[in-house]
Design a protein around this ligand. Sequence first.
Ligand code: SAM
Length: 265
Amino acid sequence: MMNLTSPSQVKAWCIENDFHPNKVLGQNFLIDQNAVKQIVDAGLEGVECSNAKILEIGPGLGVLTEEMLKRGVQVVAIEKDPVLAARLKESLGNPEKLSVIAGDALDYIQDDFEVMVSNLPYQAGTRILLEYVQRHKLESITVLVQTEVAERLAAKEGSKTRGLAGVWAQLDYDVKIVRKVSASCFWPRPEIGSSVVRLTRHDRNVGLSDEERKLFHSLTKRAFEHRRKQLGSVFKDLIQSTQRAEELSNEEWVSLVKELINANA
Ligand code: SAM
């Protein structure tokens, strides 16, 4: 079997198979054993491995998949590239605990998982994450994303990087940046560095109704579309405030949503 953290073996496989990593699909393969271990350690922390079923999006050549299977978990991997999807299972020795779905993760949003561990593709990564955080079914999500995305997910109110992704993620998850992963840990080498981020579900907003959640998402979306404006001028008569979207904490957004719904009841 190929050593997936050996750059020379990975490159040789690509040449032999006339495979050219696709930029649009974000095909930057992880080739650093330490980083692989640390992502899987963070992703499986607190997980009872013998019973767990992990969702992996974009397994690529299978470097994270292989490490997770070693720990005894079951993995369901969704891979958009038909060539990579078709070879994955056999290339890892046909493990019983691996199922591969060939397709776009956005067409296969799954609700029957507790844990996601993935090195997400550059382009579709944020959209995939936001789909899952809005459904808030996963207990934890550990992903490798561009550092800029990781920082936005973790950003608190008042910070320059505060945006919609962070506000939506933090409604149901505590977000922690686990570590940085330098561009040299990937092949081909990307232009920017990445970070491992772990989202762990909290229960502070479990009581929100569907109506409250819907309003939370539409209100924050509108507010961040006009992030430089004061909320009072974005929402006219609805909200009297001189604050801007990035200044409000999640608790304040949730209170605002509740007030608006009560006022209309
Ligand atoms: N997990 C591998 C690793 O760590 O080396 C590969 C990670 S690479 C950054 C992203 C992977 O996601 C690629 O294999 C790419 O083909 C796949 N991919 C891109 N867009 C996708 C999508 N919408 N759905 C599923 N997989 C996708």
